[in-house]
Design a protein around this ligand. Structure first.
Ligand code: IPM
Ligand code: MG
Length: 389
């Protein structure tokens, strides 16, 4: 990818994928089109197939051509991949492989998963409102290493028995680079970083802890702590507000970010950004393809819309537009609109809306904000990762 020169045309690649992917990406694109026109942005959007749809069309979850396009794009917006019809396939050609290849080929090692509870959604969390009120944490997940990519891997026959193996490995430079990103992110927030590992059992995470400690010397203003992953999972549901930034490896980050997502009411709310060292990235909702609700116009498009906001923030260097989109989402929630996953007892039944109608409502809020002079978008959050709250 190539996002250096501010003035030239920007190329975005939209990969809607499977399940609810197409319908939620469509809503994000409607927002993009309005913003594009309003700010006269020179942005070109291309669409391609990845995941299960690509398997059906091309026999592969990610073709070489589409991978090349992703490498040339300024940013990628991905919906979701996977579904039961492709689960019988070998792991090396399943829809998820597209995601993993994009992550590793584009070197998107830093995965930002902010979990922020909108003040309008206290009721939607599975935890008591006082435990999650004003929740604003960031999980920074290492995304191109660890057990997801370690070799050797596979299933083979050993002494006549089938045996499965995966390898959990990190070298010190992989740990160092994610640690630096984490300390820098903490610096822009409440200056607290918790590194999560399993250093009491796994040597690879003993090294993780050692290297994070070494990097911490460069960041004396950031308070560093360490926590074992089992305890971190418990603390996230016991007292989530003790955290500011959490940094962890690929698999622990996968698990902890689903827990964090639920604290905010619905996994349908959480965006993510996966960046390489040039701030070029792939943006996707944290949730999956949800095949059970696909095509029914009930999926929540907010995580994808907020992922688009992160795309403007990180890859297009337009903090103003990121804040505008986040404010539009927030305003929509303040008006009472809810998709069914975030509706509660208190929700006005007439305002429980479908995917497209939520898109309409966000567009209406956006147009309302654009009509205001001067624009009243504020930094809602104490962090620069996602301003939505
Ligand atoms: C995620 C997802 C993916 C992962 C799957 C779909 C491969 O769960 O982005 O959290 O495990 O990384
Ligand atoms: Mg996951």
């Amino acid at each position: 990818m190539n996002a250096q020169n501010e003035s030239r045309k920007k190329k975005l690649l939209f990969l809607p994928g499977d399940g609810v992917g197409p319908e939620i990406v469509e809503q994000a694109e409607r927002i993009l089109n309005v913003v594009k026109e309003q700010f006269e942005l020179d942005i070109e959007v291309e669409h391609d197939d990845v995941g299960g749809v690509a398997i059906d069309k091309f026999g592969l979850p990610l073709t070489e051509e589409i991978l090349n396009k992703a490498q040339r794009a300024d940013a990628v917006l991905l919906g979701a991949v996977g579904g039961p019809q492709w689960e019988h396939l070998d792991i090396s050609v399943r829809p998820e492989k597209a995601l993993l290849t994009l992550r590793s080929q584009l070197s998107l090692f830093a995965n930002f998963r902010p979990a922020i509870l909108s003040k309008h959604l206290k009721q939607a969390s599975s935890l008591k409102p006082e435990l999650v009120e004003n929740l604003d944490i960031l999980i920074l997940r290492e995304l191109t290493g660890g057990i997801y990519f370690g070799q050797p891997r596979g299933v083979s026959k050993v002494n006549g028995l089938r045996e499965g193996i995966n390898t959990y490995r990190y070298n010190e430079s992989e740990i160092k680079r994610i640690a630096h990103v984490a300390f820098k992110a903490a610096r822009q927030r409440n200056k607290k970083l918790c590194s999560v590992d399993k250093a009491n059992v796994l040597e690879v995470t003993e090294l993780w802890r050692e290297v994070v400690n070494e990097v911490s010397v460069d960041y004396p203003d950031v308070e560093l702590s360490h926590m074992y992953v089992d305890n971190a999972a418990m603390q996230l549901v016991r007292n989530p507000k003790q955290f500011d930034v959490i940094v962890t490896g690929n698999m622990f980050g996968d698990i902890l970010s689903d827990i964090a997502a639920m604290l905010t009411g619905s996994i349908g709310m959480l965006p993510s950004a996966s960046l390489n060292s040039k701030q070029q990235g792939m943006y996707e909702p944290v949730h999956g393809s949800a095949p059970d609700i696909a095509g029914k116009n009930i999926a929540n498009p907010i995580a994808t819309v907020l992922s688009l906001a992160m795309l403007f923030r990180f890859s297009l260097n337009r903090e103003d537009i990121a804040l505008l989109i986040e404010s539009a989402v927030n305003k929509t929630l303040s008006k009472g609109y809810r998709t069914q996953d975030i509706a509660s007892e208190a929700t006005d039944k007439n305002k429980v809306v479908g995917t497209k109608e939520m898109g309409d409502a966000i567009l209406q809020s956006l147009n309302g904000l654009l009509g205001e002079h001067p624009l009243t978008v504020n930094h809602h959050s104490n962090n620069k990762v996602v301003g939505f709250k």
